[in-house]
Every structure is written in C-alpha cells, then in structure tokens.
Design a protein around this ligand. Structure first.
Ligand code: HEC
Length: 295
C-alpha cells in the first residue's frame, strides 16, 4: 500500500514539530545550532533524498500492480485511489461499516470474534503518546525541564536568595523590643559558642569573662534580666573593654543578639550550674527592685 503523505512532506513536518517543542522547552538560546548553515543544508539534502525515495516507492508500486490478479488489483486500486491528499482524507475519515465487519469464526465453540481496524483516532492517540514520551524522556535527560532533582535545586536556590533578601531588609531587633524567646535558644547556643565561648566558656560558666550562670552581676544597666543581657552584648562593658560592644561595633546584628541573649537568659535562669567561676558583682534575686548602677 502506498503512503498517504509522501515522505518528503511527512518527515520535515515531524522534524519541525520536534524542533518547535524543543524551542519551547529550551528557549531560543540553546537551539542556535539548528540555525547553523550546515544544519539547514543537511535538512535540505535529507528532503531531496526523501523525494527520491518516494519516487522509487511509486515505481515499485506500479511494477507490483502488473503482477497481480484482477481482483487483487481492484482491491489495491480502491484503497489507493486518488492523490496523496485524497488518501489522507480517506485515512482520517475511515469508519467501520457494520456490513463489512470482518469476523473470525472459531468454529468449534461458535464464538465469533470481530477483527476490524482500530478506530483511527485511537491509532493516532497511540502514536501521539509515543512521540510525547520520547520528547519527555529527552527533556528529562538533557534539560532542567521536568527533572525533579533539577527543579528542586532551582527552587531551593531561589528560596535561599529570598531568605537572604528578607534578612537584609528585615528590621533588626533593638533593645526596645527585644524579648526572651524559647525558640531561639538552640540557634543562640550555636552563636554563643562561636562568639562568646572563648571568654565565657561554652556552657557560660566563665573564664576570662564572668560566670553567666550565677545570680551575681557586675553590670546592671536594665531593670530586666533579659534586657540587661541584651544591653551588655549591644553596648559592651563600661568598666572593662575586654567585653566589647558586639552590637554597636557591628559585629553582631540585633536578631543574632536576641538569639544569644535568649540562650544566656536560659542558662542563667535554669540554675543548674553549681561549679564555674566564683561570683563577681552584686547578687540579684528580684530584678524589678534593682537600682541601675550605670547607664
Ligand atoms: C574577649 C573576651 C570576651 C568575649 C569574646 C565576650 N565576653 Fe562577655 N565579658 C567579658 C568580660 C571580661 C566581662 C566582664 C566585664 C566587666 O567586668 O564589666 C564580660 C561580661 C559579660 C556580661 C556581663 C556579666 C556581668 O556580670 O556583668 C555578659 C552578659 C556577657 N559578657 C555576655 C557575653 C556574650 C553573650 C558574648 C558573646 C557575644 C561575650 N560576652 C563575649 C569578656 C568577653
């Protein structure tokens, strides 16, 4: 049987559709190769070869017709009558007619099986899924499109950028609105170990700097324990420059000081430490009644 559409029309159309789909997925930047003169030349050579192939096909078909019986010839001619476009039209409008249902009779069990061509829409759908699966596979293997790992990476990087942007523009906590927050203790601990542990020991029990887990305080500059801690880390100590102004000199941001202060407040108030550096300063039990020493 002859093809409905000649190769030299069929294949370039399919190739164009594939290129178009890749163009949609990849964007113009990545398919520049297709516009290269050599690619275009290659494309034209293939079309000419297909044209020749089609011509040979036609010759074989005519030759073959001569060697057939009259009935066979009639059947084949019926099926292949008209030009390409008429045959294509017939192909798309193929309908199963009830009176020429093909049947297979098993004979022994009286069951009659129908043996007809599949509906044409079904066949097309089937080929369409094959084409789509090939495109999808290529896109999955060679591009970022539809690859879950790549998509995850892209979304992840974007999220990180957004967080960075957010942190830059986010208003930082100041002494006025700083409060103790349970959830910040863990991240505060990490920051404390990075910035403070050299002088206060990683558990806050004191080293060069005083013990932060006892009730004795050298610096009393706020009427609230948490604010007092925040304030010292922000302003440093007036009597001893070794305890520097982490906030004022820009070493730590307000939000980080809130985290560190939450950790220091936590280790100070949970009162588990019995050892550590011996007490320095005034013992304070009730912060509300303290008189502020220095401001
Ligand atoms: C280079 C050493 C050093 C580092 C680092 C350091 N401190 Fe201090 N810190 C001191 C010294 C010394 C004092 C005592 C200041 C004084 O006598 O007034 C002190 C005092 C303090 C006090 C007040 C204690 C009191 O009794 O008045 C707090 C709270 C404190 N530091 C917290 C921190 C935190 C939180 C960090 C980390 C962000 C930190 N320190 C980093 C040396 C240090």
């Amino acid at each position: 049987m002859r093809t409905k559409v000649p190769f030299f029309i069929n294949i370039p159309i399919i190739v164009s559709i594939i290129i178009f789909i890749f163009y949609i997925i990849l964007g113009i930047e990545n398919i520049k190769l297709i516009y290269h003169p050599i690619s275009i030349l290659f494309f034209f050579v293939i079309i000419i070869l297909l044209f020749v192939l089609d011509f040979i096909n036609e010759l074989i078909y005519r030759k073959k017709l001569k060697s057939l019986t009259d009935i066979e010839k009639k059947n084949i001619l019926d099926e292949n009558e008209g030009n390409y476009f008429y045959r294509l039209y017939k192909f798309f409008n193929y309908k199963t007619k009830i009176d020429n249902l093909k049947q297979i009779n098993h004979g022994f069990d009286d069951i009659i099986e129908l043996d007809n061509k599949l509906p044409i829409w079904w066949v097309h759908l089937f080929f369409f899924t094959i084409v789509i699966s090939v495109i999808y596979l290529c896109a999955y293997l060679f591009t970022d499109f539809s690859n879950p790992y790549q998509e995850y990476q892209i979304a992840y990087q974007e999220q990180l950028k957004n967080i960075e942007k957010f942190e830059k523009t986010m208003p930082q906590i100041t002494i006025e609105n700083a409060t103790f927050n349970n959830h910040l203790i863990d991240s505060g601990k990490v920051l404390f170990e990075e910035n403070c542990a050299t002088c206060h020991n990683s558990d806050g029990s004191g080293n060069i700097g005083p013990n932060l887990t006892d009730d004795y305080w050298i610096n009393i500059i706020e009427k609230d324990l948490f604010k007092n801690i925040f304030s010292i880390v922000w302003n440093g100590s007036k009597n001893n420059p070794t305890m520097r102004a982490f906030g004022k000199n820009g070493e730590l941001k307000g939000n980080d000081i809130q985290k560190i202060s939450s950790y220091v407040y936590f280790i100070n108030t949970k009162n588990v430490s019995t050892s550590g550096k011996s007490p320095e300063g005034k013992k304070i039990i009730n912060w509300n009644s303290v008189s502020i020493i220095k401001k």
